[in-house]
Write a protein of this length. Sequence first.
Length: 117
Amino acid sequence: MTGYLTTHVLDTALGAPAAGLKIELFRLKQDERTHLKTLFTNEDGRTDEQILPQAEFETGVYELVFHAGAYLDAIGGAAAEPRFLDVIPLRFGMSQAAHYHVPLLLSPFGYSTYRGS
């Protein structure tokens, strides 16, 4: 199986997918952090394409950056200054050619993630 990367963002405060949330993907290699792609979640809280498709997949260390503050502003969340959660970076490693699914469960005051399927 060739590897690829996907995500899914769920707004646990609303009990619904987080639509319109900006996500950036970076690859980390030694001291370099390289931006690979910017995507937005659809109505199902997923991206319309794989974040890292099979043709571009390499094992290594990556970072997904979820722009939670802008999403919360867009849905009418109360914006305190500074915001408790604004930009959420998730750094993780992919060590084998497999499907990596890195979802984000989000609320205005907390988040969690895990390796899904």
